[in-house]
Design a protein around this ligand. Sequence first.
Ligand SMILES: *Cc1c(COP(=O)(O)O)cnc(C)c1O
Length: 396
Amino acid sequence: MRARAAELDAADPLRSARDRFVLDDTVYLDGNSLGALPRSVPGRIADVVAEEWGRRRIRSWTESGWDTAPERIGDRLAPLLGAAPGQVVVGDSTSVNLFKLLVGAVRLAGDERDEILLDADTFPTDGYLAESAARLTGRRLRAVPAALIPAEAGPRTAVALVNHVDYRTGELRDLPGTTAALRAAGALSLWDLCHSAGALPVELDRHGVDFAVGCTYKYLNGGPGAPAFCYLAAAHLPRFDSPLPGWWGHREPFAMTGDYAPHATVRRARVGTPDVLSMLALEAALEVWDGVEIGTVRAKSLALTDFFLECVATLVPAGAVESLTPVEHAGRGSQVALRCAGAEGVMDRLVARGVVGDHRPPDVLRFGFTPLYTSFAETVRAAVTLAEVLAPDADR
Ligand SMILES: *Cc1c(COP(=O)(O)O)cnc(C)c1O
């Protein structure tokens, strides 16, 4: 397996991208939770602090482009999401953006559509916010397994909120088919791309997605608490009515008028003063994507996860783990999830041996594969280490 890994690494078109990150000997398979630090970030942040904040101070809002950073960085992100310019804005957290877009979608859908469909296996924050959004807008919230959303959407459905990749199992949902079915039912789609943005092609425009959100600190390596993004399809912009109409979404924030008039562009999805330092760290972090095709990233992601599953099947004692990750490529994100008794303790022992993944209750080990910096050699090492930890005679 080690020889195969060496061959695969030698033939890897993304091999040199690893040098764009600060990494060490640890096998870091937690980029699906917090991406590694890109080398382009520390110098840029030092400069922003010393020069833009330290010397230019208030002038930096205009002279350093702080005021338009959310749209500028949104446009930089857009090609990775398959979005034409002018539809993505960066800011706030995924949780806050979910609320804005969910309530905004319900308002667009009109009064006769009185239900919101929710991915039954959603990441918890989406569910909490959907419950509140439903209560505030007087809609009924109905949780449905993602695969059944196309069949369940009907004339009463305002919007469906779906996770593109299941955070626990790593299952990739059918975005094109589900979006098309929702549209056929006259309903809107809202996709949570937290585990797909930067990991695989999303093609929002091509598939006619209405709304999407996602975070930038996972596969996009923006740093802890990096601002999230919102995508609003151009067709919806003129009528999008945000439930959080803060002054930075106003047509003229500094006119300081008493009446709210939304900005004509995607800027209307903004709320308050942007978190400039995090945002500019994200902008610098996006330099790792220069010259990188997301299709190449996807091909390597599938090769890495295939190889890991094969190594685990070969090396790990039979019956010790059960893969929850779909075998078919069409249904797989960029992580491998293994059900394993005592997952928390097993992960602690892996981390102590230099292999960092994470675990999710009750019994799931998660290994995230970040094609820009994960090698095939590390993939074998992770499987070998897992086999050692799970060997019947391993010291606990
Ligand atoms: C990571 C993640 C979030 C995180 O939301 P925050 O507001 O950034 O804390 C939301 N949804 C999904 C599906 C996630 O994977």
